[in-house]
Design a protein around this ligand. Structure first.
Ligand code: KIV
Ligand code: ZN
Length: 523
């Protein structure tokens, strides 16, 4: 194995804001993207793929602003294999201290068929587009999409062309999550050993998780010589998602004995980032998710607890504090003061100005009047509920629901829409249906409900319910969330949250326009 691919530093390339955000329903607002980028930058991620600038005006603005604000990370944008995409991408990333253009094209037989190019025509296009990107930016990454299903001969040929045209990082995507660890390592090794110029560039791995092997495949690729892992927080991403950043970072830390590589990521910031991404994307983290799941450090069975009390290493291979999880879940209640609330929120990663704290404290007291013990999860839900409220176009003023054994159930609702109070009474098949019907009658819309999901935030009958609602309107998807000790109130707020987000998204894009997805092939 040669130069770049022999040192033991693994570059972390985060694509939460591009591959992750483009997954249906995971849309983030402009401010949320800036916040996540800032946290990634502070955590020590080497490269942030901030978006796909040609996709929409909103994406362009977010990538440009992230580029302007970045302190440490290289800011990268995605571009398809055409000059227009590449120029737009450069416009967006050029103001960063360190910028990168990432251009790609699907090289497998199935992907070559889409733009209807033969092998030679595609090879020429790769040469021209990488050269064009390189003339704009001295840091160019090139990806043969669906590399793991591309003929090896052709893959070697196009990788060589991209290197000669000036790409300094060659990313090998397993776009459909098809490869397996042995194959993943072998593919990178084969390219490094056979492609002229391979020792001059960094090889990257980009794995999707369709068969649940994304993390294993990424780590195997490192064994094969890759020195950049592309990943997302919480493994966010289309279908089954991407390699989870927290998993590769912690696997490399904990098993440094057999994988002698290191990253620059400050792992103690992982938990906070995971929570923020779960909240802003509306994709909750599964309870038993490795590293950041609610149960990842919970030891409930008697034998486990006994062992843990004697020596925590009995059942723990890493400590909660290694990923920034505070050891004690200090419970707040109605007698807790502002200082305790501030300390707890800081622990959870929220830095609040005094006036913000004042507002949160009022909502905290309201919750504490209804719920005896306030856990971390309650506070996170409370913070989330207040986040969008300021700019909301539709606000819930009041809701009274009648339900019982003999239907139909009814909902008496008052909304404030663009400052105007409007009320109605609607019936439905159950209290939630009646509530949603009331919203529809006050705010007629064509958006369709795709998902309605309720989770109890903590245990007990006074637990808050977190409700997630996903809506679709003309190809635009929006996820709303809310929490309340009253499930129907939480449902109404989550529904309105999804509608408010659709409204923001539509105004950002211009009426009824759909964003371009990177898979909308345009060469
Ligand atoms: O999965 C994939 O192939 C991608 C490319 C754009 C790198 O996301
Ligand atoms: Zn991908």
């Amino acid at each position: 194995m040669k130069n770049n691919n022999r040192n033991n530093r693994v570059v972390i390339f985060d694509t939460t804001l591009r591959d992750g955000e483009q997954s249906p329903g995971a849309t983030m607002t402009h401010e949320e993207k800036l916040e996540i980028a800032e946290l990634l930058d502070e955590m020590g991620v080497d490269i942030i793929e901030a978006g796909f600038p040609i996709a929409s005006e909103g994406d362009f603005k977010a990538v440009s602003e992230i580029a302007r604000r970045s302190k440490n990370s290289t800011i990268c944008g995605l571009a398809r294999a055409n000059y227009k995409d590449i120029d737009r991408c450069w416009e967006a990333v050029k103001n960063a201290d360190k910028s990168r253009i990432h251009t790609f094209i699907g090289t497998s037989p199935l992907h070559r068929a889409i733009p209807n190019l033969d092998k030679d025509q595609m090879a020429e296009l790769i040469h021209d587009t990488v050269t064009h990107a390189r003339n704009l930016c001295d840091n160019v990454q090139w990806s043969p999409m669906d590399a793991t299903r591309t003929e090896h001969e052709y893959l070697m040929r196009v990788v060589e062309i991209a290197i000669k045209a000036g790409a300094s990082t060659i990313n090998i995507p397993d776009t459909v999550g098809y490869t397996a660890p042995v194959e993943s390592a072998d593919l990178i090794r084969m390219l490094i050993e056979n492609v002229p110029g391979a020792d001059e560039v960094v090889f990257a791995t980009h794995c999707h998780n369709d068969l649940g092997m994304a993390t294993a495949n990424a780590l195997a690729a490192v064994e094969g010589g890759a020195r950049q892992i592309e990943c997302t927080i919480n493994g966010l991403g289309e279908r089954a998602g991407n390699t989870a950043l927290e998993e590769v970072v912690m696997a490399l830390k904990v098993r440094v004995d057999i994988m002698p590589y290191h990253t620059k990521v400050d792992a103690t910031k992982l938990m906070n980032l995971s929570r923020r991404v779960a909240i802003v994307s509306g994709f909750p983290v599964q309870f038993n998710k490795a590293i950041v799941g609610k149960n990842a450090f919970a030891h409930e069975s008697g034998i486990h607890q006994d062992g843990m009390l004697k020596n925590s290493e009995t059942f723990e291979i890493m400590r909660p504090e290694d990923i920034g999880l505070s050891e004690t879940n200090l419970v707040l209640g109605k007698h807790s003061g502002r200082a305790a609330l501030r300390a707890k929120l800081e622990d959870l990663g929220y830095q609040l100005a005094d006036n913000q704290l004042k507002d949160v404290f009022v909502r905290f007291k309201e919750l504490a009047d209804r719920k005896k013990e306030i856990y971390d999860e309650d506070l996170i839900a409370l913070m989330r509920a207040g986040e969008d409220a300021e700019n909301d176009h539709i606000i819930l003023k009041s809701l009274v629901v009648k339900c019982g054994t003999h239907g139909p159930q009814s909902a008496e609702m008052m909304l404030i829409i663009d400052g105007n109070e409007m009320s109605t009474n609607a019936t439905g098949d159950g209290p939630v249906d009646a509530t949603f019907n009331a919203v529809k009658s006050l705010y007629p819309h064509s958006a369709k409900l795709q998902l309605y999901q309720v989770h109890a935030v903590t245990e007990g009958t006074d637990a808050q319910a977190t409700v997630t609602v996903r809506m679709e309107d003309k190809g635009n998807i929006s996820t709303g969330q809310s929490a309340d000790t009253d499930t129907v109130v939480a449902s109404a707020k989550a529904y309105l949250n999804a509608l408010n987000r659709l409204h923001i998204r539509r105004s950002r894009l211009g009426q009824d326009k759909k964003e371009i997805n990177y898979k909308d092939t345009a060469v």
